[in-house]
Ligand binder design. Sequence first.
Ligand code: ADP
Ligand code: ADP
Ligand code: MG
Length: 450
Amino acid sequence: MLQRVLIANRGEIAVRIIRACKQIGIETVAVYSTADRDSLHVQIADQAVCIGEAHASKSYLNMENIISAAITTGAEAIHPGFGFLSENAQFAKLCESCGIRFIGPKSEIIKKMGDKAEAKRLMIEAGVPVVPGSIGEVTLEEGQKIIKEIGLPVLIKASAGGGGRGMRIVREERDFEALYRAAKQEAANAFKHDGVYIEKLIIDPLHIEVQVIGDKYGNIVHLGERDCSIQRRNQKVIEEAPSRLDDELRQKMFDAAVKAAEYVKYENAGTIEFIVKDNAFYFIEMNTRIQVEHPVTEMITGIDIVREQLRVAGGKPLRFKQDEVTFNGHAIEVRLNAEDPKKDFMPSPGNITLLHVPNGLGIRFDSMLYTDYEMPPYYDSMMGKLIVHGFSRLDAIRKMRVMLEEMIVEGVPTNQNFLTMILMHSEFVKGNIDTGFIAKHIKELLNYET
Ligand code: ADP
Ligand code: ADP
Ligand code: MG
């Protein structure tokens, strides 16, 4: 088993990983930027090392400093969390070559699956259905040819993309060239790689993803699916498990996800993302890391995914077989952000003057907040995740409403009321949700008093 782990991340996920390590007796090393001196992950870790200035490129993306911190503190493994270096194959490789275990899949798998265009090619080989479109990255001319073949509208996507960024919808052929160039430019700026590929735009699909986990002995198990259709600008806002798919389609997706993971000999935790429309499902990408929304799966399976990640990274086999994974009730997660929905969701970090979090059976708050915490402006605006578990979807919805009603976060604008409006919306309650839900109902959802 691992003895000491460095957590190369910040915020709620660093806190969550540190807690999991402590529970199983693993010593923890936090790293932090100069802007994060007072953050919770630094306070609860056994040791903490400053790795650079506030800007992520100087600290949380600074591979040399992170590796040095691991070596000097004697950490044998690094957990990358999500975002930052979590899907950076070069970093995973650097860990491997320095004799440090990277808690995730092997660097070559990250490389293969992190290139979204290449990953689709592999999935076609594996026999997993993908969204129709180009095979691999395209030049302008190839793109023009593809749109004639598959028809408009299409989506231009960055092969290095993530976090809902770097996508362009093309509805008219005459707009293609300008949008192609804009997408390439945005991809170059955001991801330092400007390759793009083309996909048929599926109108208002469901986003359904399957959690998988594998060990080094070739065992791969899925932990069921999550519905992450409640999105704003292709970014998830609310996630739930299970989805409302019928059992036949659900089983087909489980089989496809396991087949996909087996095809690339996947190790550790990962997620196969699909979009679903008219009873058909299509692979869109694989995330080779722990995801923001993993707690909803934990709630319905009773499996602590981060602990399992640590376990398999330490060389142990998976603790359970597929038929030992059972699903109970329904879980919902909302992402609480420091942002002002009424000002076009403008990020609004600042001082948390008061925090009150309700409690009870099947209620969880994954967060780095504390009263008088100063949220630095340099990073993501996510302040935490509220997660509830109920015996049914409606029970979970009700529980979440109670929680949101009682919860108090003062000092900065948040999306708390906006989240409540979604939980109260009759179409949400009926389960009439798809990735267009927020855009479709935005007027009603913003109609609350501040
Ligand atoms: P999920 O939410 O399903 O875990 P996302 O792709 O939305 O997956 O990303 C998880 C987190 O990592 C988000 O907080 C997002 O802002 C961040 N993230 C993802 N990709 C990038 C990227 N390329 N650059 C910066 N942040 C990213
Ligand atoms: P990211 O790497 O940013 O997470 P994804 O490829 O996972 O990007 O897509 C993010 C979201 O964008 C999806 O959940 C879905 O809502 C939307 N999306 C992606 N591809 C398509 C598509 N071909 N048609 C319609 N919507 C799509
Ligand atoms: Mg995605």
